[in-house]
Design a protein around this ligand. Sequence first.
Ligand code: SF4
Ligand code: SF4
Length: 209
Amino acid sequence: MSVTVVERPIWRRFDPRFHARAVAHVRAGGHAAVVHGARHVELLFGVDATGRITELGLWALLAIEQKRWRRVKLGPASGLATARASVDFTPVVLDWCERDAVHEGPTRAMALDCLACAACCHEANVVVEEPDFARFRAIGRPELARPPYVRRAGGVVTLTFLPNGRCRHLGRTRKCAVYDARPDNCRAFVTGSEACLAAREDTLGYRDG
Ligand code: SF4
Ligand code: SF4
């Protein structure tokens, strides 16, 4: 099954005077950017049942090259995850808010079909490891663990990509020919994440969805 239905958070920009609205938006499933000034944008994210930032929140942080976040301990946002956007990436966050301004509500349901998309299957660094080799053997395709499908450099095995940037397993289509046996690294790419949306925009021209 390649279609994934994602309830993705909607990014909203808030003035600090409306911090309570930002908190309500995040508690309802959205992501918030509270703009205190050009050099100070406070990001707010929901947390999962274990108290960690949600997976889509973490992927949003990774997209702006940030790993650090913390739990808010006091005040109305208590319990939420927060981080501060770096000045370099503030325009990216504000662009997400602009992109999402057309959507009402805190979240948006998206049905994404990876077998009809493959936008993230371009010029990627996909490490292939023993569990992947085992999967290749299990489907009777042990040659997938050897060149030209993979290359080995410095002891690390990665998928090879064609000169046009496409994964060798795509052939001439957008359909992954080894989807059920694709490497774990391909599976780890989260559908509906900011990285997914960016890949779809860069490769397919979809601004959202
Ligand atoms: S860009 Fe997103 S929807 Fe497209 S194949 Fe990758 S994970 Fe799936
Ligand atoms: S193996 Fe399949 S899912 Fe992974 S990058 Fe190649 S085409 Fe995409």
